[in-house]
Write a protein that binds this ligand. Structure first.
Ligand code: IVH
Length: 719
């Protein structure tokens, strides 16, 4: 039966149904899924919106009423559920790499020469490996795990090794199939990019501005911000898009080429990059260069932002042979488009005081169009930047806009000078509080170090109450500044003392009863935010959202964190020496310790939530010793080692009685014999990944001991 008539038939049956039998629920679910697919991927509406809503609503109601009727891949997950407190962290079984860059045709050719060199042993005489070029869409990388065709997990890239579990949010992206079509492998990790279409971005910004909220800087921030919403209903409303560009660990045979993989992913129902192109023949890179130049010209014609072209060696066996350096593959490169530039006149320089007291020179420009965006403000970074480039007020200057960074003044056009230009002077006193500014030896920044500087406090409060931090409903930038100006807020703890001053708040012009109620309940609600948000909100230098999460995963309370030495902090995963120093110096300050104590006394959570503790299984291999041998199906031995060590295990060179397991790939030789002889367990890459994903290991493992005939070929079957 055609989809439309099936849907209408079901609708008619709904009326007479109070408690549905499971087969009806299944049927409605299937039809809703097909209707949604027709609508979102083919742009068709087989039935009217109201009728669709009725079917959808019925399905949702049944699932809510009866847990037995719920399934992981129901189309009802597309609308989001109740908010989360924090994202769970997930370790990627195989790290998500980043890409090396090429900025010119020469860079591209040099990369291809390195590919040829790297493959010298495997290529036939005169053979030129074919390449695939795909657009480099500007969004957020995701790893989607499908088990038996059903989407079970979606994680952000994070730092490549550990990302965040954003499954609920990703399920709201209509283009991400909740169930794969055709004949999907038992397990597969699909990698791709979530992004926001330009048209969606513009509509969203219009709506935000109309609601008096701050617009989003660019589609990439739109995608990232929407995916990192704790409330998946918000993500659902943001209408993100997705395309898949590769696969991570997977069971069964995969196509042998990148273009084959993309075609195959398409047949599974995944959206794949359009405009992808394969180049072969005598000089594949020539075609790639022409294509890159063409897209640099035409990038604005697309409804999504691209920041370059990704070029990949087509054959996967060649990719494997090339391997990777640092954390980028040798078999792929990202050609980056030149930044968008324009020239205009520098009218004046304003000096703003940042949250940490840094004085930021900001250029006021005669408005100019830079790649479709009108720019009238641009950063000049700091005093040295201006002096080194001899940028003068009144100069004609080159302005550049690259990615999400604020536009910047690149250089003056000296030939255009008339003699009326004047040199820039860094102020000597704080433009906000009038205190003398300081510039420390070896530092580029000039700072206001006054503890009571209102501009700094305003920025700090603005940051503290912002969405990524304490997310105080009812307190935006305007209210925060006003409350500082009026003396209600002289320190962060004062935010939590506002409740005691309710009557005074009501006297402020524009603060009606309703507004004050909303503000105070927003403040009250913020007391229970995850600890990482509070830590981020404190505005410690170098402590962004990710660093805050990493610190909280290592320390359960702010007191524990405050007591940590710089060395201990540096030992935390993801924390470098500068951050460690900054954190320990911050807590060494009596004022800051007092702030933390005060916040805690006022009822703000200073202990982490259970979800913020390290993901279970993070150290599943604690105390286990591994030996690696042979060629593994999807990862290099170095990668496997990194995974084992990352999970608390050890890797040694030879098999002995002390070895807990031998990780064996193809063409494993004497080590495999030795392991079998000693009765040491032999595991495959797939088994390792399964254990890292949470299974037991070693003595506790219930997997049967590896049979003597456990050959690498038979091991692939687990996945
Ligand atoms: S391949 C090892 N292909 O670019 C290869 N990446 O630094 C890994 N990206 O954030 C990536 N479009 O998510 C690849 N067609 C494409 C891509 C693409 C966008 C992103 C990727 C990552 C960054 C790579």
């Amino acid at each position: 039966m055609a989809l439309a008539s099936r849907a209408l038939d079901l609708l008619a049956r709904l009326d007479s149904t109070t408690t549905p039998d499971p087969s009806l629920v299944r049927e409605v679910r299937e039809v809703v899924r097909d209707l949604a697919r027709a609508y979102y991927t083919e742009g068709e509406s087989p039935i009217g919106d109201t009728q669709y809503d009725q079917l959808f609503g019925a399905l949702q109601a049944w699932e809510q009423a009866d847990p037995d009727l719920r399934v992981a891949d129901s189309p009802t997950h597309r609308v989001g559920g109740s908010p989360l407190e924090a994202f769970e962290k997930v370790r990627h079984p195989v790290a998500l790499l980043s890409l090396g860059n090429a900025f010119s045709a020469d860079d591209l050719r040099a990369w291809y020469d390195r590919v040829l060199n790297g493959l010298a042993d495997v290529l036939d005489e005169g053979e030129r490996p074919a390449l695939v070029a795909e657009l480099k869409i500007d969004g957020l990388a995701l790893a989607l795990t499908y088990e038996n065709g059903v989407l079970v997990r979606a994680a952000t890239r994070g730092n490549g090794e550990v990302g965040e579990n954003v499954t609920r949010n990703v399920k709201t992206i209509r283009q991400v199939p909740l169930r794969l079509r055709d004949d999907p492998p038992v397990q597969i990790e699909v990698r791709g990019e979530a992004y926001m279409k330009r048209s969606t971005f513009e509509a969203l910004n219009e709506a935000l501005v109309a609601a008096g909220e701050k617009p989003i800087a660019n589609p990439r921030n739109g995608a990232a911000g929407s995916l990192r919403q704790l409330d998946s209903a918000v993500t659902a409303s943001r209408r993100l898009s997705f395309w898949a560009y590769g696969v991570g660990p997977a069971t069964g045979g995969l196509p042998a080429t990148q273009h084959g993989i993309l075609d195959w992913l398409g047949t599974l129902g995944l959206p794949v990059p359009d405009n992808r192109q394969r180049f072969e023949g005598e000089d594949p890179i020539a075609g790639v260069v022409a294509l890159c130049e063409q897209w640099a010209e035409q990038r604005d014609s697309l409804d999504y932002e691209i920041d370059g072209v990704v070029v990949k060696v087509d054959r996967l066996d060649y990719q494997r042979a090339l391997g990777e350096v640092a954390n980028a593959p040798r078999w792929a490169v990202a050609y980056k488009f030149p930044a968008r530039e324009a020239t205009t006149q520098l009218v004046d320089v304003e000096h703003n005081v940042g949250r940490t007291g840094v004085i930021k020179p900001l250029a006021h420009l005669a408005p100019v169009d830079v790649g479709g965006v009108t720019v009238s403000r641009a950063t000049l970074h700091n005093e040295d930047y201006i002096r080194e480039r001899d940028i003068r007020i009144g100069d004609w200057v080159v302005v550049k806009r690259a990615g999400d960074v604020i536009p910047q003044v690149v250089k003056p056009i000296v030939d255009e000078r008339t003699g009326d230009e004047r040199a820039h002077q860094m102020p000597t006193e704080c433009p906000s509080c009038g205190e003398p500014l300081v510039r420390l030896e070896g530092e580029a920044d000039t700072r206001c170090v006054s503890a009571t500087c209102p501009a700094q406090l305003k920025r700090l409060v603005e940051h503290f109450v912002s969405r990524g931090a304490m997310d105080i409903d009812g307190m935006g930038k305007k209210s925060a500044y006003l409350l500082v100006d009026l003396g209600f807020i002289r320190s962060l703890p004062d935010v939590y003392r506002l409740a005691e001053r309710r009557d005074e708040l009501l006297e402020i012009v524009g603060f009606q009863e309703k507004k004050v109620e909303r503000l105070l309940s927003g403040i009250e609600a913020s007391k229970a935010r995850p600890l990482s948000r509070l830590l981020f909100g404190l505005g410690i230098r170098y402590v962004g959202e990710t660093v805050a999460q990493q610190l909280v995963s290592a320390y359960a309370t702010l007191d524990d964190l405050a007591a940590a030495t710089q060395d201990e902090l540096e030992a935390v995963f993801g924390i470098g020496p500068e951050t460690a120093q900054s954190v320990s110096e911050w807590f060494a300050h009596d004022d800051n310790r007092a702030t933390v104590d005060e916040l805690s006394r006022l009822g703000v959570r200073t202990e982490r939530l259970p979800e913020e503790a390290p993901a279970e299984g993070a150290a599943v291999l604690e105390g286990k010793t591994f030996v690696i041998t042979g060629t593994l199906p999807t990862m290099s031995r170095a990668e496997a080692k990194a995974l084992i060590v990352g999970a608390g295990g050890k890797v040694t060179g030879s098999v002995s009685k002390k070895t807990d397991a031998l990780l064996a790939g193809e063409a494993a030789g004497s080590k495999l014999d030795k392991a079998n002889e000693l009765g040491v367990e032999v595991i495959s890459e797939a088994e390792l990944l399964a254990r890292l994903a949470g299974g037991p290991v070693g003595d506790e493992a219930e997997l049967p001991a590896a049979p003597a005939e456990s050959t690498p070929e038979s091991q692939g079957e687990l996945f």
